[in-house]
Design a protein around this ligand. Structure first.
Ligand SMILES: [Zn+2]
Ligand SMILES: [Zn+2]
Length: 120
């Protein structure tokens, strides 16, 4: 790459910065930039400019994910009691046990840890 083309890349990225819009977050009042790539993306999708800064948006996304967690009704494979689990029973290969049978299982069987967690 010649020096000339390097200089041109710099000019283009500088122009991109200039096209960014400064928005004020409706949540925390901080200013944030909406870069032109994001503006283009929102425009293509027919979406308005974001009202919240990336930090607040990320927080809200995490909060939403938490409340959207699906609960499944299934039955204890030992005693048949109806239980609610936070994972999809059809995708689980482990035995699904109610709290009582789960506790009982570990009373009767010492858990053998074959793969201890790696020390962090
Ligand atoms: Zn914010
Ligand atoms: Zn049970």
């Amino acid at each position: 790459m010649s020096i000339n083309s390097l200089a041109r890349v710099e000019v283009i990225s500088y122009a991109r910065c200039m096209a960014a819009i400064t928005q004020t977050c409706a949540q925390c009042g901080k200013q944030f930039l909406v870069i032109d790539q994001e503006q283009k993306f929102l425009n293509d999708k027919g979406l308005p400019l974001p009202k919240n800064c990336p930090t607040c948006r990320q927080k809200r996304r995490l909060a939403l994910r938490g409340s959207e967690r699906t609960l499944y009704k299934t039955k204890c494979q030992k005693c048949g009691t109806e239980i609610v689990v936070a994972y999809d029973p059809s995708k689980v290969t482990n035995t699904i046990l109610c709290k009582k049978d789960y506790d009982q299982y570990f009373l009767e069987n010492d858990p053998i840890i074959k793969d201890p967690l790696p020390e962090v």
